[in-house]
Every structure is written in structure tokens, then in C-alpha cells.
Design a protein. Structure first.
Length: 343
């Protein structure tokens, strides 16, 4: 079987990116994260995400990326967050940053659709949102490139795998040979318009071993590996196949790089759930790296769009600098030592 390797929170594989890049897409959505950083503050309120998304500059960025679909997409951010009690606790900027990646890829974040997800991850007890691709999202991006005739991933039942040639990678499956309704593995397959085709098969045991090795959250009951093992296994095998043997558009490269990542305030990707990185993984390809670099360059936001912050850390919440709007509603505002110094 192919070597299994990855970095990221859900353990689905981030192999080295090959050549064959098709520059048939435009860079879109990269300024959403920058704008969110420019207008966001450390406001710890239940409606902090809604406040952030109501910013005219943020709405404008989403509209530039998604056009008429922007209002619906922004509403789905709220819906996805409210439907997940752990995600509701996450830093609102990290939620918007994760959503911005999905917007740039033009993938819906409705969990039931399986294209892309915003997933909470706890680091040092603090909830942070991560962007995660779904296996249907990888299929969608591949088909958009116009180079794939067929892309598919499915479960394999006992008896259906008839033959496998490890030298050529060719495999033969036959549904009529099924001997039991027991899933024994997962296969991903694609065929390009030029006739090139490739398979990648993983047994259930290999998928489990891969998840355990590369995802610290594998055994957590609320984690996606435990909640929907089949979907995670399908994503693993499909992502590994397409990123290693497929033709990568700029969007596909972005998806591979951003998958399972926290998008930091400087626009860089961080993979907090896993510190195991395959030796073949190096710098992102130039096109994807250019997109990442654009995320990190934050323009100066108009002064009227930037919320004022307190002149120092909150005495009741060491390490947090609150917004002026939050402080103005605080019962301890009068006589606060932080504002006393400033005023």
C-alpha cells in the first residue's frame, strides 16, 4: 500500500504536492481574513461572531468572493456555529478565518453536505476553529479543473476486491462477488480525460491505524473519526490519491494545505493536533504559497471601521484585552485601574 503520512487534526493525510499545477483559477477571498483581523477585538460576548460578521468591511469581502451567494453563506456560518456547542465557544476570528477558506474555494459549510467543515479544536483549554475539507469537497474541486473524467470514493465490502497489482497499481472490483455486508476497506479512483487512471485502496485496519497515528483526537467520542468513521476514511484515501497522483489546480493545492489547519491571524496555517510531519513535505508550491502570503499581508483598515480597545489587559481576565465597547458596559468600568491610567 502507499505510504501513509499527514499533518493536521483529523489525520487524513497531507502528502508532498507533486507538479502538474494547472493555473486555471483566480486567487479569491484572501482578504477576508485580513479584514477580519483588522476589525476584530477580544470581545468575549455570546454574539461576538454576529458582531464581527455585521461589519461592513467583512460583508464586502464575502460579497467580492461569493457575489449574490454571500448573505446565505454568512448565515450558514452562524447556523453551523450555533449547531455546535463547542464551536460556539471558539474565537470568532478563527471561525471567520476558517469560513474564509471555504468561501475562497466556493464550498458550502453545511455539515450535512460534506463539502467543507468548521470544526472546534481545544488547545490549552481554549477553543479554536479549524477548517476541514470533506471528501465531497475534494471531488468538487477536482471536477472543476476540467481534467477529470471520473472521480469516486466508496466503501468496499468483503469479497468485492477481486485482484490487485501492487506493481502497476491496477485493481479489479466486482460488486457481484460480495460475500458479506461487512466493510473491509475503502477505495478512491479517478480517471483523467487523457486516459490516465489511478486507484488507492486502504483496509479498515489501515484507516484506523492512520487515524490513530496522525490524529490526537481519534479516540475522542465527539471527534469526527468516532462520529463518522466512514466519511473520514473516504476522505483519507481520496485526499491521498488526488494529492499524490492527481493534477492539482490552485484551489486544490489550497484545499490540501488548509485542510485540518487553524488559520492564524497572520494568515499562516497551523496544524495543532499533530506534530508528526512527513519528511517529504516542504514549502507549498509557488501558487499556493502566494495565496498564503496574501493572507498575511494585512492592509490598514479605515479608522472608522476599527473598534477601539482598552489600553491594557482586563484586571479580571489576565491576558485578555477587551474592546472599549465591552468595557463601557462593564459594571466595574468606573474606577477600573486600566482606564484610570488612560483617563
Amino acid at each position: 500500500m502507499a505510504e501513509l503520512y499527514e499533518r493536521g487534526s483529523d489525520g487524513t493525510g497531507t502528502p508532498a504536492l507533486p507538479g502538474g499545477v494547472i493555473d486555471n483559477t483566480t486567487h479569491k477571498g484572501e482578504e477576508i481574513i485580513m479584514e477580519a483581523k483588522a476589525v476584530s477585538t477580544e470581545v468575549r460576548k455570546p454574539d461576538a461572531l454576529s458582531v464581527l460578521l455585521r461589519q461592513d468591511s467583512i460583508k464586502k469581502r464575502f460579497e467580492e468572493v461569493l457575489g449574490k451567494k454571500a448573505p446565505g453563506f454568512m448565515s450558514s456560518i452562524i447556523s453551523a456555529t450555533n449547531a455546535n456547542k463547542e464551536l460556539k465557544k471558539a474565537d470568532p476570528l478563527s471561525i471567520v478565518s476558517a469560513a474564509a477558506v471555504a468561501a475562497a474555494l466556493d464550498l458550502p459549510i453545511n455539515p450535512s453536505l460534506g463539502f467543507a467543515h468548521i470544526v472546534p479544536y481545544k488547545r490549552d483549554g481554549v477553543a479554536i476553529a479549524q477548517f476541514q475539507m470533506g471528501y465531497r469537497g475534494f471531488i468538487q474541486l477536482g471536477m472543476r479543473s476540467g481534467q477529470y473524467k471520473t472521480i469516486n470514493a466508496c466503501a468496499v465490502y468483503e469479497g468485492e476486491l477481486v485482484a490487485s497489482n501492487r506493481f502497476t497499481g491496477e485493481m479489479t472490483f466486482d460488486e457481484t462477488k460480495r460475500t458479506a455486508d461487512k466493510i473491509v476497506g475503502y477505495v478512491a479512483y479517478f480517471k483523467l480525460i487523457n486516459g490516465f487512471e489511478k486507484w488507492l485502496y486502504m483496509t479498515v485496519e489501515e484507516a484506523k491505524a492512520h487515524g490513530k497515528r496522525y490524529s490526537k483526537s481519534f479516540n475522542i467520542a465527539s471527534g469526527r473519526w468516532q462520529q463518522d468513521f466512514d466519511a473520514m476514511a473516504l476522505k483519507t484515501v481520496l485526499k491521498m490519491l488526488m494529492s499524490k497522483y492527481g493534477i492539482l489546480s490552485v484551489d486544490m493545492q489550497t484545499a490540501v494545505l488548509a485542510d485540518q489547519a487553524i488559520v492564524k491571524k497572520d494568515g499562516e496555517y497551523e496544524y495543532p493536533d499533530n506534530d508528526v510531519v512527513d519528511a517529504e513535505i516542504s514549502e507549498p508550491p509557488s501558487k499556493a504559497k502566494e495565496l498564503t502570503d496574501k493572507f498575511s499581508r494585512t492592509p490598514n483598515a479605515p479608522e472608522e471601521e476599527t473598534q477601539a480597545t482598552a489600553p491594557g489587559e482586563c484586571p479580571d481576565r489576565p491576558g485578555d484585552t477587551m474592546s472599549k465597547a465591552f468595557c463601557d458596559t462593564c459594571a466595574k468600568r468606573v474606577g477600573c485601574p486600566v482606564w484610570g491610567v488612560a483617563e
